[in-house]
Every structure is written in C-alpha cells, then in structure tokens.
Design a protein around this ligand. Structure first.
Ligand SMILES: NC(=O)c1ccc[n+]([C@@H]2O[C@H](COP(=O)([O-])OP(=O)(O)OC[C@H]3O[C@@H](n4cnc5c(N)ncnc54)[C@H](OP(=O)(O)O)[C@@H]3O)[C@@H](O)[C@H]2O)c1
Length: 335
C-alpha cells in the first residue's frame, strides 16, 4: 500500500504512517492465538507496515517472544524491514494487573538484556520508558538509556505517558525520538501541551489506543467481554459513562457511513489528518482487519469533515476515566 512515510527520528528510517500495536496478541483484550498473530505480523509487513510496538510487560514477556519468533523465522532481511519498539519499567507478578514501576539504572540495563534475548535481536530500534518511577530523576533514567545507545543495544529512546515538563528535561539530556501517549477521538488531552511540545522539540508522537481499545469502532460487544479483559474493568466502558460514550460512537458511525468509511478508518484518518507528526499504532490480532485500518493512511478529510467529527467529540463530551485506579501508577498525564 502506498502512503507518504512519516519521520520517527533522525536516527531511524521513516516509517509507514500507521504502525502495528502488538499488545492484544498476548494480553488484555481476551483470548488470542499465536498462529493467527504470526499471520497478522506477516501480512502487516507485506502491506508496508514498518513500526511494530511491544513491551516487556505484555503477556509478561510472551509478546516480545512472539515477535522474536517472527523475526527469527524471517532472518536478517525481515529484521531489516522492521522498526522494532519495546518498553521497560512496569513490574507485575504473574497473573496480576497491579504493578510497581522500576526506573533504576540497574533495572533498565537488565530489562534491556532480557528484551533483546526475548526479541532475538542484537539491537532495539526504539526503547521506551513505559512508566515513570518518581524515585529516580528523569535525568538519571535518560542517562542510563543513553548508555544503551552508546553501547549499541538501542538505536533511539522514547518515553511514554510522561508530562510535558519531564519530556523537556529528558530531551535536554539526550534526544528523545518519540513520545508515546494515548491519543484518539475520545482522548484528546495531548492536544493541550504534549502535541505542540513534540512539534517544537522535533519529537515524534506515537498515538496508542487510537481506536479507543475498539470502542470507537462500534464493533465491541460489551456483553461478551471475557472476565480478564481490561475493558471489563475500565471506567469509560462501563455503566452510565459507557452508555454516554456509546451515543457518541453512534454519531461517529453515521458520519463514517455517509463518507463510505468504517469507524476504524474514520478514527485513524481523523488522527492522521489532524497531526502531521503523529503515528498511530492500532492493534489487531486479525489479518483481515489490517487492510481496512491501513487504508486510513490514504484518506483525506477536508476542514468541514474534521469539524463535524470534532463537534461529536467536543471537550467534555467523553465520560469516565481512561484507566482503573491500579493502572494509574507511574502515569504523569491526566487519566
Ligand atoms: N504506552 C502505553 O502505555 C500503551 C498502552 C496501551 C497500548 N499501547 C500500544 O498501543 C497499541 C494499540 O493500542 P490498543 O491495542 O490498546 O488499542 P486500539 O488500537 O485502540 O484498539 C485495539 C482493539 O481494536 C480492535 N480492532 C482493531 N481494528 C479493528 C477494526 N478495523 N474493526 C473493529 N475492531 C478493531 C482490536 O481487536 P482485534 O484484535 O480482535 O482485531 C482490539 O481489540 C497496543 O497494541 C500497544 O502496542 C501502549
């Protein structure tokens, strides 16, 4: 599929404007199937996707191992076509959602070694600090990450869910290639400070959960979520908040139908048309959804269309927090 590439960082090759989020292939959104996920990864590369996003905490290492199997099976040629991003910092016990955060330099070094091994690569292209541990100054965190760049274990560094102040301080120590934060029609807070700051500093903005964890697609059946599905415990999906938000999605569906797009395509196209330096990383376990999602990179929306979409998701329209209490640890952004 042809679409103009987006710049991630001076030290990384430009990427297809839509990446692939791999988290749901191993945890959080119900049962998954590794064979199906491997087919999805193969298809994503065939369709031109270059940025693949994972973290050591997804499936407690299982998601990195899945990507490691995929990379090992394709050899150096496959590896060379991928920009591989992973993250450190969230520490959980097996089976638990509750977490603590560790940003100590010793932890960062050992987490990096463990990720390299699971991914079966010699270098991580983009290594993020997933969550902040306030006990460790950001300068020390970035210092430890910069050492990984110097030793060749990491090509570029990123931060996730940090405040504008932290991003600025970090960038003064070592260039931050990317900031990853939740951003979508129902999470527009980064428009206030973080997106303008990324633009100012030349930091790419990687938008996670751009489909609102499937809520925006209108295809999520809340009655059939598995008990361990993260969304079954997320305030935005539940009760009165969930019902109010579903009414917004119904309006989005009306617009999408009128313009001959699916909800997923409209949500992604809105993001890409609004932010010229943002790279959304929608997640899917299903190969058949890739083409649909990636087509959004070719959709141009005019000012009138953008205004109609944004009128639905106006400031204050979305109800409910985006994380349950246990998920807020280490987040410097509003939840
Ligand atoms: N930095 C962080 O703290 C952080 C936090 C969360 C996520 N992330 C990253 O961001 C990535 C993307 O976010 P996300 O997976 O949370 O949410 P998302 O991309 O907003 O939504 C993923 C969900 O949407 C469904 N979906 C995908 N395409 C669809 C389509 N065309 N029609 C209907 N449903 C569709 C998927 O189901 P199927 O799998 O069944 O298709 C999945 O349940 C993650 O994979 C992860 O890599 C980072």
């Amino acid at each position: 599929m042809t679409a103009s590439l987006r710049s991630l960082s001076a030290v990384l090759p430009p990427v297809f404007p839509i990446g692939l989020g791999c988290m749901g292939m191993s945890e959080f959104y119900g049962t998954s199937d590794d064979d199906q996920s491997l087919t999805t990864l193969t298809r994503a590369l065939e369709l031109g996707v270059t940025l693949f996003d994972t973290a050591d905490t997804y499936g407690l290492g299982a998601n990195e191992e899945l990507l490691g199997r995929f990379i090992a099976a394709g050899g150096s040629e496959r590896r060379a076509r991928m920009v591989l991003a992973t993250k450190f910092g969230i520490v959980r016990a097996p089976g638990a959602y509750e977490r603590r955060i560790d940003n100590s330099p010793a932890y960062i070094r050992s987490a990096c070694e463990a990720s390299l091994k699971r991914l079966s690569v010699e270098q991580i292209d983009l290594y993020y600090c997933h969550r902040r541990d306030p006990a460790v100054p950001i300068e020390d965190v970035v210092g430890a990450m910069a050492d990984l760049v110097r030793t060749g274990k990491v090509r570029a560094i990123g931060l996730s869910e940090v405040s504008a102040q932290t991003l600025r301080r970090a960038h003064a120590v070592h260039p931050v290639a990317a900031l990853q934060s939740e951003y979508s029609l129902w999470t527009r807070d980064p428009e206030q400070e973080l997106l303008p700051l990324c633009s100012e500093l030349g930091v790419a903005f990687v938008a996670y959960s751009p489909l609102g964890r499937a809520f925006l697609t209108g295809a999520l059946n809340m009655a059939h979520l598995e008990a361990q599905d993260f969304r079954a415990h997320n305030p935005r999906f539940q009760g009165d908040a969930g019902a109010a938000n579903a009414r917004l999605v119904a309006q989005l569906s009306t617009l999408a139908k009128k313009w001959n797009l699916t909800n997923a395509q409209l949500a992604l196209a809105w993001l890409l048309n609004r932010q010229s330096h943002a790279i959304p990383i929608p997640g899917t376990r299903r190969p058949e959804r890739l083409q649909e999602n990636l087509t959004a990179a070719t959709v141009r929306l005019d000012a009138e269309q953008m205004a109609q979409i944004e009128a639905v998701f106006a400031l204050g329209a979305v109800q409910g927090a985006r994380y349950p209490d246990a998920g807020r640890v280490g987040m410097e952004t509003s939840v």
